[in-house]
Design a protein. Structure first.
Length: 69
């Protein structure tokens, strides 16, 4: 599959926290950092996500915000 999304981060599923409708998936990136994604429970099932599975996190955003105190 080819995608237009340029921000493609490879890694491994570190954790899946199930909720009633949504799940929070934590991915350990190959560079040593982590990223989390909130996706539906249906998406977790459809993708067959499991801890330890290699995945690609696709980031498509029009804004990046940074805050300090």
């Amino acid at each position: 599959m080819r995608l237009s999304t340029r921000n493609q981060l490879t890694g491994t599923v570190a954790a899946i926290k199930d909720g009633a409708v949504m799940a929070v998936v934590t991915v350990d990136l190959d560079g040593g950092q982590q990223v989390t994604a909130s996706i539906t429970m249906d998406a977790v099932a459809d993708l067959g996500l499991q801890v330890g599975q290699p995945v690609t996190a696709l980031v498509k955003s029009t804004e990046v915000m940074i805050g300090v105190e």
